[in-house]
Design a protein around this ligand. Structure first.
Ligand SMILES: [Zn+2]
Length: 366
């Protein structure tokens, strides 16, 4: 995505907002940048700890640089000064806890005035750039009067994430694609929590503990099945070699989709799992037999290209997807070490990231 609006255009659209709208949206941008800053710094801290497991964590426990706020002198004006003397429109006020000192920088030169490394600065700048693009998207939608109909989400007003988005929509400020995504996710969580309350009434502690350990996607699936009382035990073959499946049956919990594909009784199997069977037919064996045992090599053969693509674009991955991406890499590593691999979960997750990164489908397996 390219920056769509010039500074002048952004300014002119901003001035077409009401005072209240402008205040709300400027505050949103500052909040986003502050959390981006925090996120990049804590991620670098984590990487650092990971790479140096023997280092004492005292030094990196609390990061010394905090972005306190960003102030805007207004379009065409440069009322602020950077510590180096340059005149600024936007001034970043950053606090250093080690020195107990406040610094004031311009966006282009905080690298020179802090001891932050080049990669961190690059990540922060990239993150800020994406936030500016999100603002452009909101302003363009505003110009086109593309308001978001919030009426079906009002029950989420007490949810942390959704509350601000509802407020934004009520102020007649359009929502960005990212914000709409967040709202939908909040709705999903809300529904899941409501279903959980219903489903957990009849469960014991052990059953609940096991469910809570599952990835969210599988929790949602399982809780829905619990409510519908669909246990899928009829799909079970006479002997089951998976300890996990045995445990689910013993505890009286519905079997998951990934359990059931092992028995190959699901009709949509070929649509959803065609890649596995492709890998299997290449080996000239029964796709059914092979499908449950897709090897690490076959997996890599099919997905290496796209994994590389994602890695190349790693710095553009959103904060939500970052955990997903870390998890994918972890699971693949475990897969290589001989652990069980959840292929369908992988595909859902990687697809999500690809869509967010705007990597087109023809690139996917090309
Ligand atoms: Zn400077």
């Amino acid at each position: 995505m390219k920056k769509v609006l010039s500074e002048k255009e952004t300014h002119s659209l901003m001035t077409s907002l009401t005072e209240e709208q402008r205040h709300f949206i400027s505050n949103y941008v500052v909040q986003c940048k502050k959390s981006k800053w925090l996120e990049v710094l804590s991620r670098s801290k984590r990487d650092f700890n990971y790479k140096n497991p023997n280092t004492t964590t005292v030094n990196v426990e609390t990061n010394e640089w905090t972005l306190k706020t960003i102030i805007d002198g207004g379009y065409g004006k440069r009322p602020f000064k950077c510590d180096c003397g340059a005149s600024l429109r936007h001034q970043y006020i950053v606090y250093n806890s080690k020195e107990d000192k406040e610094y004031k920088f311009g966006s282009t030169c905080f690298e020179e005035h802090t001891n932050l490394n080049a990669q961190i600065v690059k990540d922060i700048k990239r993150g800020f750039y994406l936030i500016d693009i999100e603002l452009d998207e909101i302003l363009i939608k505003y110009k086109k009067k593309e308001l978001f109909d919030i009426s079906s989400f009002l029950h989420l007003k007490d949810e942390l994430v959704a509350a601000d988005l509802i407020k934004q929509a009520k102020l007649n400020i359009p929502l960005s694609t990212k914000q709409i995504d967040k709202l939908r996710k909040a709705e999903l969580h809300y529904k899941h929590n409501r279903n959980k309350q219903e489903a957990y009434k009849d469960l014991n502690e052990l059953q609940i503990t096991l469910i809570e350990k599952l990835p969210l996607k599988e929790q949602i699936e399982l809780v829905k099945d619990l409510i519908k009382k669909e246990f899928h035990y009829e799909d079970l073959p006479d002997t089951v070699d998976s300890a996990e499946i045995q445990l689910f049956v013993k505890l009286g919990l519905p079997l998951l989709y990934r359990h059931r594909i092992r028995f190959n009784t699901i009709e949509s199997y070929f649509q959803t799992e065609h890649l596995i069977s492709e890998a299997a037919t290449e080996n000239q064996q029964s796709p059914f037999k092979k499908a449950t045992e897709i090897t690490y090599d076959a997996f890599m053969k099919h997905h290496l290209h796209i994994l590389k693509k994602v890695r190349e674009n790693q710095d553009k991955i959103s904060s939500d997807n970052e955990k997903v991406w870390i998890n994918i890499q972890h699971n693949i590593k475990e897969f290589r070490n001989g652990k069980e691999f959840n292929h369908s979960a992988f595909k859902v997750d990687i697809d999500h990231i690809l869509r967010q990164l705007d990597l087109s489908l023809e690139n996917k397996y090309g």
